[in-house]
Design a protein around this ligand. Structure first.
Ligand code: MG
Length: 290
């Protein structure tokens, strides 16, 4: 099941998408108003509403007549992100900074501001008076369904609503000069997401997915989610040992090697570049830098 958020001529709606068509949820009377509200209703209510849409309730529309939004355009709180979660990316990053290569023994966690979230095909403005080092990072993102504290690894899968694709756009000059990642990761438009949430039951194994990033049609990143240092169940268990996870939390699970700043010479995004990020089995987002 693919859950989408879209903008019609008149409003923002959610629905189910299949093969170029969308079944939009009706408004009012017990229906969730947004995907976030659907997730907050809990797994039983969410699947009941999705089933009703599959049976023909709601409004059938052509996907091309709608503008896709980030599936959760206004998350409840910051996007939770893992850093250095692929060994090849951890080593390229440290080598580029002239550091000795070592791999994290504990999760490296930072966040992106909610206002960085943008649509899967949105144009992304870059202000060169703020950054001249905008870099790409394709990531598989997990959307939490049922929240909780102290979620054991063997129950973590039951807390996943689904998966989406994120480009963890990173202003390296800000990321490094401010020491803390937050500002460099939180530019407006710095978190394109989508094109939809693929439900957890449609992904047999989230650690058996290829992920990739192209800039102007040239492959920059080519990774495999099975290479993550901390896998999703361990990540959910570790995070929820420290903080309560809430429905609709988005966890970006890190990027593989091939980012721009670690290349020789380093390479960054410029106005006019088109950056595409994809995860097999989920979808592709595509953004032009302007
Ligand atoms: Mg990242």
């Amino acid at each position: 099941m693919r859950y989408v958020s879209v903008r019609t001529d008149t409003s923002t709606r959610w629905g189910i998408s299949a093969e170029g068509a969308v079944q939009l949820a009706p408004r009012g009377a017990g229906w969730a108003d947004s995907l976030l509200e659907l997730i907050e209703m809990g797994p039983g209510a969410a699947s009941a509403q999705a089933e009703r849409l599959l049976r023909g309730d709601g409004e059938a529309r052509d996907l091309n007549s709608l503008t896709l939004l980030a599936p959760i355009p206004k998350p409840t709180r910051n996007i939770i992100c893992l850093g250095l979660n692929y060994a090849d990316h951890a080593s390229e990053s440290q080598r580029a900074k002239g550091q000795e290569v070592s791999y994290p023994e504990h999760l490296v966690v930072f966040t992106k501001a909610t206002t960085s979230v943008t649509a899967p095909y949105a144009a992304i403005p870059v202000d060169t008076t703020i950054t001249t080092q905008l870099d790409w990072e394709v990531e598989l993102a997990v959307v939490i369904g049922t929240g909780g504290r102290n979620i054991p690894e063997h129950e973590a899968a039951q807390h996943v609503f689904g998966y989406t694709v994120v480009n963890d756009l990173s202003a390296r000059d800000l990321q490094f000069c401010h020491k803390q990642f937050f500002l460099g990761k939180s530019l407006d438009g710095g978190c394109p997401m989508g094109p939809w949430i693929t439900s957890a039951d449609a992904i047999a194994d989230p650690h058996d997915l290829a992920l990739w990033c192209d800039v102007n049609g040239q492959r920059q990143q080519s990774g495999y989610t099975g290479d993550q240092i901390f896998r999703i169940p361990e990540t959910i268990a570790s995070l929820s040992r420290i903080m309560t996870l809430v429905p609709g939390d988005i966890i970006a699970t890190g990027t593989p090697s091939g980012v721009g700043f670690a290349q020789d010479p380093p390479r960054f995004l410029q106005a006019g570049d088109v950056v595409e990020c994809g995860v097999d089995g989920i979808g592709t987002i595509r953004n032009r830098i302007v």
